[in-house]
Design a binder for this molecule. Structure first.
Ligand code: DC
Length: 236
């Protein structure tokens, strides 16, 4: 066991709507606290990519189950950037494509998929300090997380940010399509039967519509410092 870890490790749970800056905040916090960052949306996206590539019918639960047995997802740090691997292949760019974004909420609504990914996510939190972002981290994956955040922002602002991000990565983007996709994902994510997106009672609500990335980071860090004794971690 790593002697620098406190008796029970620290989990920071960040949930919220699509494209509202959860991963940006999670990465900043993980880097500043020296915690591991896990983007659980990337895991649902990797499963979706596998399903698309292998022409798996989402209504055929036997095929979905068989596919899940063949999927291995892990993250590696490539040139300082958290990178998603599907069965050993770097799929970081492909999982962000419109094709995957268009189907991922349907895939994430399948209980069998959730069961598999939640089990992997819990195992990741067993022996390391984590910042994990997603939709059900504070409600289902880690209901006892040390600190929970629920992030939100105006939907049009979110769509504009996502659109700008896609352009900056030279990806094909159409603002109207981005808005439609966000609305579609919000609806499915909040209304699905299994683990719908909702704020945990004890989560801190952060509306970042009018906050800069830096302001959001500072306010989240203040909350963490108030709620968690970080001194143990940096002793060694
Ligand atoms: O955060 P993201 O946009 O990359 O997530 C992609 C999709 O995965 C999103 O539509 C909801 C789903 N998701 C989920 O259901 N549970 C999570 N813990 C993370 C993501």
């Amino acid at each position: 066991m790593n002697p620098s870890l406190p008796k029970s490790n620290i989990v920071i749970a960040i949930d919220g709507y699509s494209s509202c800056g959860k991963s940006t905040l999670a990465k900043q916090l993980a880097s500043s606290l020296k915690f591991v960052f896990i983007d659980t949306g990337a895991m649902y996206r990797a499963v979706t990519l596998y399903i698309i590539r292998n022409h798996i019918d989402l209504s055929d639960i036997v095929s979905v189950s068989g596919a899940l047995d063949l999927i291995n997802i892990n993250f590696q740090n490539i040139q300082g950037s958290n990178t998603t691997f599907l069965n050993g292949e770097n799929v970081e760019t492909e999982i962000r494509s419109s094709r995957v974004s268009g189907l991922v909420s349907e895939v994430a609504a399948i209980s069998l998929v959730r069961q598999k990914l939640v089990a992997i996510q819990r195992a990741m939190g067993e022996n390391q300090n984590l910042v994990m972002d997603g939709r059900d981290i504070g409600t289902v994956v880690f209901p006892d997380a040390s600190v929970k955040f629920f992030i939100t922002a105006d939907p049009i602002v979110r769509a504009q940010r996502r659109y700008n991000e896609m352009l900056s990565k030279n990806q094909q983007a159409n603002l109207h399509e981005v808005i439609t996709n966000l609305r579609h994902r919000d609806t499915i994510d909040t209304t699905r039967e299994d683990s719908p997106l909702q704020k945990a009672d004890d989560a801190h609500l952060l509306d970042n519509t009018n906050l800069t990335i830096e302001e959001q980071f500072e306010s989240a860090l203040d909350i963490i410092r108030n709620e968690v004794d970080l001194s143990d971690i940096y002793k060694h």
